[in-house]
Design a protein around this ligand. Sequence first.
Ligand code: NAD
Ligand code: MG
Ligand code: MG
Ligand code: MG
Ligand code: MG
Ligand code: MG
Length: 349
Amino acid sequence: ASYLIKECFIMAKMYYEKDCELSYLNGKKIAIIGYGSQGHAHALNLKDSGCDVCVGLRQGSKNWANAEKAGLTVKTVPEAAKWADIVMILINDEVQADVYKKDIAPYLEEGNALAFAHGFNIRYQQIVPPAGVDVFMAAPKGPGHTVRSQYVNGKGVPCLVAVEQNATGNAMKIALAYIAGIGGARAGVMETTFHDETETDLFGEQAVLCGGVVDLMRCGFETLVEAGYEPENAYFECIHEMKLIIDLINKGGVGMMNYSISDTAEYGEYVSGPRVLPYEETKKNMRKVLDDIQDGTFAGKWIAENKNGRTFFNSKRANLAKHQMEIVGAELRKNMLWGDDADPDTASN
Ligand code: NAD
Ligand code: MG
Ligand code: MG
Ligand code: MG
Ligand code: MG
Ligand code: MG
C-alpha cells in the first residue's frame, strides 16, 4: 500500500498570528448567532480580543441570561443581523437554512460578511448567499469549550479558513482577523475550501471519530460482558482507557503510545488489530461512506430525517442512553475526578 509516502511534505497553505491583522475587524460589528458550544467561545474570545460583538438568540432562549451574565450584549436574531457587518452562524447545521432565510437574509447588505464554522449548508446549497457579501469559514478543529479554555490560557485551537465569496476583495484578510480574534492563529490556520472542509469533516466524524470509535468501544465492551466478565472491568478496558491512549498519540504519535505501552500490548496491536478491523474490507466500506458524502446522499438523508421528525435519530439516541456501557460508566465516573476535563457544560452535549 502506498501510505508510506517518503515525499509527503506539508503542502497546505498555513497561516499563523504574524500573517493575521486583527485591524481588519476595526469598526466592524460582529453578530454571533447561537450561544452553544462554538457560539459562547467565539463571542467571549472576540470580546476579550477587543472586538465589537453581540449575540443573536431566539426570544425566550435559556441562553439569553447566560450570555448577558458573561458580559455580552444579546439581541434577537433579526436585530443582530441588521446591526452587524459580520454575521457568524453558530446554530445547529440542520436549522441554519430556515433561520437564514427568515431572520438573516433580509438584513444582509452589500459588503457584509456571512461566516460559518462548518460548510454543510453552503456545500449542499441549503444556503445560497447573495453576490454582494463575503462568505468565509472560520472552523476550529476542536470542541467549542476547548476553543474558550485554550484562549483563556493564552493558547488556541487550530482552525480551517476558507473563502467562498470574495465580494469586498478582503474576505481572506477578514477571515484571518476573525480567527486571530478567537485565538486560532496562535495554533495555526490551514487554508481550505467549503467543499473540502465539509466532506472531510463529515467523513472524519462518521468513519473514525464518532461512528468508528463508538462502535469499536461498544463491540469490545459487549464482547467482554457476553463472555462473563464484569461490566465495570469492560468499561475500564474498552472505554475509559481510550482517552489515555489517544492522549499519548495526540502528544507524540503512535510511536509515543507504543513506547509507553508494554511490548506485550504492542505485539498484540500488530497481531490482533488487522483481525478485528480487516483492512481492505474496512477501507472499501469507508470509501462507500465517503461516496455518500461526496454525492450528497448523506446530506439528503439528514435533511429528510429532520423534516420527518427525527424518528430514527431519536430512537438511536434513546437506545444508546439505555446501553449498559453508558449506565455503568456514569456510576464509575462519579468517583473519578478529572480536573480540567470535568466540564459540566459539555456533559449534556
Ligand atoms: P450547539 O448545538 O452547541 O449550539 C447551537 C445553539 O444554537 C444553541 O445555543 C441553540 O439554542 C441555538 N439554536 C438552535 N436553533 C436555533 C434557532 N432556530 N434560532 C436561534 N438559535 C438556535 O452547536 P455547535 O456544536 O456549537 O455548532 C455550531 C456550528 O459550529 C455548526 O455549524 C457546527 O457544525 C460547527 N462546529 C461545531 C464544533 C463543536 O465543537 N461543537 C466544532 C467545529 C464546528
Ligand atoms: Mg469536525
Ligand atoms: Mg462536524
Ligand atoms: Mg489494559
Ligand atoms: Mg512500549
Ligand atoms: Mg451536540
